[in-house]
Design a protein around this ligand. Sequence first.
Ligand code: UD1
Ligand code: UDP
Length: 377
Amino acid sequence: MHLGKVMVVFGTRPEAIKMAPVIKELKKVDDIKTVVVVTAQHREMLDQVLHLFAITPDYDLDLMQRRQDLYSITSGVLQGMQGILEQEKPDLVLVHGDTTTTFAAALAAFYQKIPVGHVEAGLRTHNKYSPFPEEMNRTLTGRLAELHFAPTDQARENLLAESVAGYKIWVTGNTVIDALMETVRADYEFDSKLAGINFNQRLLLVTTHRRENWGDKMRDIYQALLRLVDDFADVEVVFPVHMNPTVRDLATEMLGGRERIHLLEPLDYEPFANLMNRSCLVLTDSGGLQEEAPSLGKPVLVLRDTTERPEAIQAGTVKLTGTSEEHIYRAAHMLLSDTNAYEQMARAINPYGDGKAAIRIVKVIKDFLYVRIGAQI
Ligand code: UD1
Ligand code: UDP
């Protein structure tokens, strides 16, 4: 029995990584037609993931422009989605997380009264401007959504506090753990692109990209890295630099050509996740890394003033350092010099899932489509 059509829409690297397990699971269900739409808010960094997980989009809006702004992404997604939705008439549109693609695609579906399923729903800092614009992207998507897939109990609580009906929320775990478990292997061998890294040294894995950190905050972060490398001769920084030119220009200016600092192109997810597994410490302002590293037993210093992912902080494997040079330097210095402090943080915990989130999400979608057909007969 044909249950209906599900349109999965995403546009950036992390959305693709986290939606890949859901697409794989949806495609196993013969009774559901799955249509994949990429906005390509990211291009190269999205294509890396599509290639790794062998996803061929049915539609590609090819939106990315160099140094794009929020207005062009939002209007591009809205206008691009209009025709695709009119043509395909899906029974459900599935979006992920908190990007501008997420919000604009959910809004586009709402304009045609198509129900929206929100994967990774309910994370909140309760600060409108941090992360910016992601906090509002996620909150507004939550207002539009019909099905809320919350990764944790805390996320469910956040939604309930905003009067989302309990029967519309499912705690599924985060699909990033599904992707990670498929990808990390103890015997993984790195290719020649990483040949310059000395894997016998202690590796600090670094990523930065958040809009609210652009400028002086990012300078402070990079300054702290310089001090750490000066202090510890057995430490190397490995920093696959986001393609955003604002980030790239500053990273190159401050960290380029420095001894034991490796500025790399964005890595494919497979080498990146395995590199995280070999690293000693993760310093990042990324959302996804805060979820992945704890499950690999890697301490994380979060280079942000707020986080919508408090679970690993409560479990003690993640610390929110803020962005001041001194705070980051001191927190990392302590972990690199005090074995006890390090061991206390380096425990594998999994508050974000058990690797079966996608299976749970697809089960709910099947039930939803089944009930919907019943209502139409
Ligand atoms: C976007 C999301 C952010 C998410 C992040 C993940 C918004 C507003 N921001 O931020 O929530 O955490 O992705 O990485 O939705 N670029 C390339 N090639 C790429 C990707 C980006 O050249 O494959 C460059 C382009 O010049 C582009 C710029 O990076 O204009 C910024 O991309 P954009 O998606 O606007 O912002 P991100 O900082 O990547
Ligand atoms: N990632 C990757 N290659 C890299 C850096 C990160 O594949 O060079 C992965 C990482 O494992 C995580 C995701 O990209 O799954 C995080 O993306 P990003 O930090 O850009 O976005 P955020 O999670 O902050 O939205």
